[in-house]
Design a protein. Structure first.
Length: 217
């Protein structure tokens, strides 16, 4: 039986991302987020329009999409209610946020230099995607209020993957049985379960989805 409901949120399950950007003074910022999805080598990111990370991304037009595994869940939690904004916006204060300058120290994570962009990667994250901003637009249109979020389309220009995740004998293919991301569903952390069954789509060679060869800036 179905009934009509109005949940406050519709976070039905997406991977957790640690987004690194560069502050105006050249220092790095980390923001945990889970509004991210991919098509090919392009990714959509949803961020609050008034947030520090959104401001960094609009100004610098670069970021690293670091994907933690289930083994980094405590680090994600240590960042969960921190912000690079000072003073802390009132709406975030009301939710218990605090300002932190040194996000890497707070999370007990290690910065490592990116190859094509300024923001650093996070060494502990098994997947690190260097990206540049292609376009952005307001998101969250409603008849009774202005959009409070921004949808960012970024293009991946360099992908770094821990070798332990690769399919045996295939240097450019991630083994889905080895990759264990953190998923957020209704603001709670979850991991993947075992494979349900083989997908019909998996019969299509993965190389059929490969974009044009040039992946640089």
């Amino acid at each position: 039986m179905h009934i009509t409901v109005e949940p406050s949120i519709l976070y039905l399950g997406t991977p957790v991302v640690l987004l690194t950007t560069q502050n105006i003074n050249g220092t790095p910022n980390i923001a945990p987020m889970s509004s991210a999805w991919w098509l090919g080598w392009n990714c959509m990111l949803g961020l609050g329009a008034k947030g520090h990370t959104a401001a960094n991304l609009l100004r610098e037009k670069e970021c690293v999409i670091n994907l933690p595994s289930i083994h980094q869940v405590d680090a994600v939690n240590r960042l969960a209610r921190t912000t690079g904004s000072s003073p802390v916006p009132p709406y975030k204060l009301a939710m218990g946020y605090r300002h932190e300058k040194l996000k890497f120290d707070v999370a007990h994570l290690t910065p490592t230099a990116s190859e094509l962009i300024a923001p650093p990667r996070i060494a502990e994250c098994p997947i690190q995607l260097e990206a540049i901003l292609e376009t952005s637009h307001p998101f969250g249109h409603r008849p009774d209020k202005e959009p409070g979020c921004i949808a960012f389309e970024v293009r991946i220009v360099r992908a770094h993957v821990d070798t332990s995740l690769l399919l045996e004998g295939r240097e450019n293919r991630i083994d889905p049985n080895k990759w264990r991301p953190i998923l957020m569903s209704f603001c709670q952390f979850y991991g993947l379960t075992d494979q349900l069954r083989s997908s019909a789509l998996a019969k299509i060679p993965e190389t059929a989805y490969r974009p044009a060869p040039h992946m640089g800036r």
